[in-house]
Design a protein around this ligand. Structure first.
Ligand code: DOR
Length: 445
């Protein structure tokens, strides 16, 4: 590995400006932005015409490892991240076994150390009876609650249990918000045979809004930090517009780029939880993101094989893979003028780092980790199933032409993706969280 790398003459997305300059990497960190001319370097990367962004931090992925590794594993999932400019991921606990004890968390971290091409962190999952574990866990971004059932049988929707989790733990809490009784009542009202179009009737607006309001109410009453995962409706974006110092939220690419009108084309490939909503919801989610009601974007990368997805609804599993395409989808929007590269750095790097108190990541700044992605804003190509590195081997955006692609990714100063090739070396490191920082609203923007 070169000791010192100079990325020369890039257009660099810095915390407060976008500047044509150079970045010097040393010891895995950003040693200097705009270093002295003729700084000594072991490797010089001519980045003329290219843009340098902080690596993407994806705070919601399902890498299925351990237990469901025919869909994905930590190695394949992290390689897909590298190709997509994602340099750090936070993974969900609905694996087999579930990550619901301090011991399971430690085992996952140890496994990841030997497998991951990018940096990693793992949530601890809440159950109806693991309060002691939730209170003892330290090496984690926070507690995940499935306040609505999805893949993996981790539902916690008993009010007493939820009250206890919010009252008696101190880690940040994040939740899947879809109200279980609403979902059941909606399903009971429909006649068989169901089709994929019914997915958005069963997991409807009311289900999402009810659960999000419930989570916000718990957070406010208990004074507990709370992050709403995958917001899918205009109403939730409206509720979240009322800024609250304890509450943050995210939106996923599928809810920004797809809606119920895509079921006809994609069938169960467009099945995910929360479900797709209307074109009006999509527009409101974009507005919520741009106006700050929603602070970040994350993939909810949820791989299932094409054979599994091909089973008729409702037996088909929910979830879509996305770590390789989230950044290109957003770069394409920058090219279309819908947002800026600085927006992307805030929504996909600095924002998640602040929400989860991640140490040394999310910005291109002296002393920060050299987790970087170089992008070519002129590069235009189609997303292709056969090129996906996710083990699931498909993308709902197959065939979509996007302009703006990552061309090189560094993790801790080491190149993990370049020239279309991704390393197999487990270069990734365990992400360090410092929860005393107090989260998004307590830190500088
Ligand atoms: O569609 C989804 N799939 N939503 C989730 O919340 C879970 C995920 C999965 O793990 O498959």
């Amino acid at each position: 590995m070169p000791q010192r790398t100079l990325i020369r003459d890039a257009t660099v997305v810095l915390p407060r400006e976008v500047a044509r300059t150079s970045v010097l990497i040393e010891g895995g960190r950003v040693a200097a932005v705009d270093p002295a001319p003729h700084s000594r370097a072991d490797e010089v990367v001519d980045a003329t015409g290219l843009f340098l962004l902080p690596g993407v931090i994806d705070d919601q992925v399902h890498f299925r490892d351990p237990g469901l590794t025919h869909k994905e594993d930590l190695h394949t999932g992290s390689r897909a991240c590298a190709a997509g400019g994602v340099t750090s991921f936070l993974e969900m606990p609905n694996t087999v076994p579930q990550t619901i004890t301090v011991d399971a968390l430690a085992r996952k971290l140890e496994h990841a150390r030997r497998r991951c091409v990018v940096n990693y962190g793992f949530y601890i999952g809440a159950t109806t009876d693991n309060l002691t574990e939730l209170r003892q866990a330290t090496r984690t971004p926070g507690i995940k609650i499935f306040m609505g059932s999805s893949t993996g049988n981790m539902l916690v929707d008993d009010q007493e249990c939820l009250e206890a989790i919010f009252a008696e733990t101190s880690l940040p809490i994040t939740a899947h918000c879809e109200d279980e009784s609403t979902v059941h009542a909606n399903a009971a009202g429909l006649e068989a045979p169901l089709t994929i179009h019914d997915h958005s009737r069963i997991r409807d607006h009311r289900a999402a809004i009810t659960a999000t309001l419930r989570g916000i109410d718990l957070a406010r009453r208990h004074g507990h930090r709370f992050h709403v995962l995958h917001v899918s409706t205009a109403e939730e974006a409206g509720i979240l517009a009322e800024r609250h110092d304890l509450i943050t939220a995210e939106v996923c690419p599928h809810h920004l780029f797809l809606d119920v009108s895509d079921y006809g084309r994609l069938g169960t490939l467009a099945q995910m939880n929360p479900s797709l909503k209307t074109p009006e919801d999509r527009a409101a989610l974009w507005r919520g993101l741009k106006e700050g009601a929603i602070q970040i974007i994350a993939t909810d990368h949820a791989p299932h094989t094409l054979e599994e997805k091909d089973v008729p609804y409702p037996a088909s599993p929910s979830g879509v893979p996305a770590v390789e395409v989230m950044l290109p989808l957003m770069l394409n929007e920058v090219n279309r003028g819908r947002c800026t590269l600085q927006d992307l750095a805030a929504w996909m790097s600095d924002g998640p780092a602040r929400i989860w108190d991640i140490v040394g990541k999310g910005r291109i700044e002296e002393g920060y980790d050299a987790d970087l992605v170089l992008v070519d804003m002129e590069r235009e190509r189609a997303v292709r199933n056969e090129e996906q590195l996710t083990k699931s081997g498909w993308s709902p955006w197959h065939g979509t032409v996007l302009k703006g692609w990552p061309v090189r990714t560094w993790v801790g100063g080491r190149t993990v993706f370049a020239g279309g090739r991704v390393t197999r070396e487990p270069v990734g490191r365990e992400i360090v969280f410092d929860h005393a920082r107090g989260g998004y609203w307590a830190t500088r923007g």
